[in-house]
Design a protein around this ligand. Structure first.
Ligand SMILES: CC(C)(COP(=O)(O)OP(=O)(O)OC[C@H]1O[C@@H](n2cnc3c(N)ncnc32)[C@H](O)[C@@H]1OP(=O)(O)O)[C@@H](O)C(=O)NCCC(=O)NCCS
Length: 246
C-alpha cells in the first residue's frame, strides 16, 4: 500500500493556547522519523504531536524507545456519499446552516459537550485540562466565523436553543472530512445526531464530494455507532503520541 508523505508543521493554534512551542507531524514511518527529530531540533520544538498509522510498528517501537507517549488511537471510517444512510423523513429534527449571531451559542455548546473529553490533549497530564476543553470550543467558533466555501456548520435547534452542531469540510476536490459533531448532553440519544446526515449529504453532493472520512477516538463508542448507522466502514487507524523535548 502506498504511504502518505510526511506532514510536519509548527502549530500556531496550539502554541497560542498552551504557550508552548508546538509541532504536529503525521504519517510518521521508521524511515522519516529522523527527519521529524531534525525538524523539532531546528525549530526549538518543546511539544510534538506525532501521528502514524497503526501498521507502522517499527516506527512505534522507535518512538517508544525515544520517550514518545501514546495518547490516543483514532479509528478512521469512510463512506461513498452515494451509499450514505437515507433519512426516513420522519422523526428528523430541523437542521440548517449556522447563521451570523449564533457563533457564541455554538462555542458554548462545544465547551459544555467536550468538557473532559478524552482526546489526546486531555490524556496528557502536562496540559492544563481547562485549556484542553477550550480547543474544541475554539475550533467550533472559528468554523462559524470563517465561513469558508470548503466547510459547513449545521445546527439543530429545539425550542429556540441550539442543541447540536455538525462541522464538515472538503479538504480536497471530491473528498469530505468530518471535523466536529456535538450534541448537548441533555439532548443526546434522541436522534439529533442522525438528523444531521441528510443536510450533510446534500452539502457534500453540492460540492462534488464522492467519498468522505471521519476519525474517532477508539474509546468513543457512541460516535462510532453513529457512523456505522450511517453506513461508514472502517478505513484505517492512527496512533497519536506526544513527545516532550524539555
Ligand atoms: C456521539 C454523539 C454525537 C451522538 O449523538 P446523538 O444525538 O446522541 O445520537 P443519536 O441519538 O442520533 O443516535 C444515533 C445512533 O448512535 C448510537 N448512540 C448514540 N448515543 C449512544 C450512546 N451513548 N451509547 C451507545 N450508542 C449511542 C445509537 O446506536 C444510535 O443508533 P440507534 O438509533 O440505532 O439506537 C453525541 O453523543 C455527542 O455529542 N457526544 C459528545 C461529543 C462527541 O463525542 N463528538 C464526536 C467526536 S467529534
Amino acid at each position: 500500500m502506498k504511504k502518505d508523505p510526511l506532514k510536519i508543521n509548527i502549530s500556531e493554534f496550539d502554541e497560542k493556547r498552551f504557550g508552548i512551542r508546538t509541532a504536529h507531524a503525521a504519517n510518521i514511518t521508521q524511515e522519516n522519523l529522523g527527519e521529524v527529530m531534525d525538524f523539532c531540533k531546528a525549530n526549538q520544538v518543546v511539544f510534538l504531536v506525532a501521528r502514524c498509522v497503526t501498521s507502522e510498528i517499527l516506527a512505534v517501537h522507535s518512538m517508544q524507545r525515544n520517550g514518545f507517549l501514546l495518547m490516543d488511537t483514532i479509528m478512521r471510517f469512510s463512506v461513498d456519499v452515494v451509499n450514505m444512510y437515507e433519512a426516513p423523513g420522519v422523526d428528523i429534527l430541523p437542521v440548517r446552516p449556522v447563521q451570523p449571531g449564533e457563533e457564541d451559542a455554538v462555542r458554548a455548546l462545544a465547551r459544555e459537550t467536550f468538557r473532559g473529553y478524552r482526546g489526546h490533549y486531555h490524556e496528557d497530564v502536562r496540559l492544563d485540562p481547562e485549556k484542553c476543553d477550550g480547543i474544541y470550543a475554539s475550533l467550533a467558533y472559528e468554523a462559524c466565523v470563517n465561513n469558508e466555501e470548503t466547510s459547513i456548520v449545521h445546527v439543530c435547534k429545539i425550542d429556540g436553543e441550539i442543541v447540536g452542531f455538525d462541522i464538515q469540510k472538503t479538504p480536497s476536490p471530491g473528498i469530505g472530512k468530518g471535523v466536529l459533531t456535538a450534541i448537548a448532553p441533555s439532548a443526546q440519544k434522541r436522534g439529533v445526531g442522525l438528523s444531521f446526515v441528510q443536510p450533510k449529504k446534500d452539502w457534500f453532493r453540492s460540492k462534488g464530494v464522492t467519498v468522505t472520512f471521519s476519525g474517532i477516538n477508539i474509546t468513543n463508542i457512541p460516535s462510532q455507532k453513529l457512523l456505522i448507522v450511517q453506513n461508514y466502514l472502517p478505513y484505517d487507524s492512527i496512533y497519536t503520541f506526544h513527545k516532550w523535548f524539555d
